[in-house]
Design a protein around this ligand. Structure first.
Ligand SMILES: Cc1ncc(COP(=O)(O)O)c(C=O)c1O
Length: 416
């Protein structure tokens, strides 16, 4: 295993102090802190002089193009894609889903067709499909969450019909940490000839991912949740699918030959990257991948498994606590959603914040999931490679302190 203390030294933001004690950052499902190599990579790109990509003949543009395409190769290797041309750089996972919806699905979904999503989806993998379905008079069908808190291939098979044109499903839940059996889901969709999009926003940062093994048609994720910068995400799709897609955005980089009434388009992936891309962020993402690979994705998964086990044990001691999601770390990534009876999640979040512990409170963009679970909101702790078991002990102790306060103390807090 890696030395967490050494890892932490690489993150300037983790040196921030709260009343003399270091910040305890447990909001990694939302976004992650950045290591020095990522910050330095972005700064050095600008410091050493930058050009645009795939435009012009001078040395800086050539070098920038080379660096940008190298970042694409690194991303492709990291997720096991067959070829770098299967990687489209986007702004984030949400953007990537919109490109799949409006460049690919737009031309293939018509009146009466169906798109399957699950009750567990983040709004980013629900609302684009709602928008598309409304435009096309198509319908959304919802895969329910199984008794173990996960999606199941057998249940997916049951709701696919000859009108199903796509299944768009989440890999790892940002609200419960449930790790869905994504290979089983992809196989079920394939058995019925239905293409599948996998939302990997919470899986790629935390567990080893191989898109060829999953055998999915589309796979999306965001750079900022995996130590990379904001402003860059990825749409992966098989080359023949990308080739068949019309550009959603048109403009610089997408055109082969410009006409007055219309234009012909460049090859994929460039035809899907209109305008100047965020080159610096793509390079920052490449540096983040280098950092993750240096530690090892298997090691990161194991580290988070230990953190989750430690947290589940420690939190079970907190009076009046309800924990949501899979019971053990086997099918759970580093996410724990919880409530303490009598305390609103937002009040609990503020209480922890006053003690230098950052968690998220709310519905985590998964209102459908929470409605199916009979709750409105939770507090959520989410871990990453730089979190420690000592931090979890502090976190659990703060929760015990909160639970020990008289219930009347919570009635007076802001928003009561
Ligand atoms: C499961 C899941 N999908 C998609 C997204 C959207 O990611 P982004 O906001 O980076 O586009 C998130 C963000 O929290 C997420 O957790």
């Amino acid at each position: 295993m890696f030395d967490v203390r050494k890892v932490r030294e690489r993150f300037p933001a983790l040196r921030a102090k709260h009343e003399g004690a270091p910040l305890i950052y447990l909001d990694n499902a939302s976004t992650t802190q950045k290591p020095d190599v990522v910050i330095e990579r972005i700064a050095s790109f600008y410091r050493s002089g930058c050009g645009n990509v795939h435009r012009g003949v001078h040395a800086l543009t050539g070098e920038t193009t080379r660096l940008y395409e190298h970042a694409r190769e690194t991303v492709a290797r990291f997720i096991g894609a067959s070829d770098p041309s299967e990687i489209v750089f986007t702004r984030n996972a949400t953007d990537a889903i919109h490109i799949a919806a409006f460049s690919w699905a737009w031309e293939r979904i018509g009146e009466g067709d169906e798109i399957v999503v699950s009750e567990m989806e983040h709004s980013s993998n629900l609302v684009p499909w709602q928008l598309l379905a409304r435009e096309k008079n198509a319908a959304l069908r919802f895969l329910r969450v199984g008794a173990d808190g996960r999606l199941r291939g057998a249940a997916l098979k049951r709701i696919l019909t000859p009108r199903t044109k796509l299944a768009a499903l989440i890999h790892v839940s940002n609200s419960t940490g449930a790790v869905n059996p994504v290979e089983e889901l992809a196989a079920a969709a394939r058995a019925r000839g239905v293409p599948i999009l996998v939302d990997g926003a919470q899986s790629v940062p935390h567990i080893p991912v191989d898109v060829r093994k999953i055998d999915c048609d589309f796979f999306v994720f965001s750079g900022h949740k995996m130590l990379g910068p904001t402003g860059v995400g990825v749409l992966h799709a098989r080359k023949n699918i990308l080739d068949s897609m019309r550009p959603f955005f048109g403009g610089g980089g997408t055109v082969r030959e410009m006409g007055r009434a219309g234009s012909s388009f460049n090859e994929a992936p460039w035809k899907l990257e209109a305008g100047t891309p965020s080159v610096a962020d793509a390079l920052g993402l490449e540096a983040a991948i280098g950092f993750l690979e240096m530690i090892g994705m298997d090691e990161i998964r194991e580290h988070e498994r230990i953190l989750v086990e430690t947290a589940l044990d420690a939190l079970a001691e907190v009076p009046r606590i309800a924990l949501y999601g899979p019971e053990t770390s086997k099918n759970r990534a580093g996410v724990i959603s919880f409530n303490i009876e009598g305390i609103r999640p937002a009040d609990l979040g503020r209480f922890l914040d006053e003690r230098g512990i950052a968690v998220r409170a709310g519905d985590h963009c998964t209102q459908l999931l929470f409605r199916s679970m009979g709750i409105a909101a939770t507090a959520r702790a989410s871990f990453y490679l730089y979190n420690t078991t000592d931090e979890i002990a502090c976190f659990a102790s703060a929760l015990r302190e909160a639970a020990a306060l008289p219930r009347s103390a919570w009635k007076d807090v802001e928003g009561a």
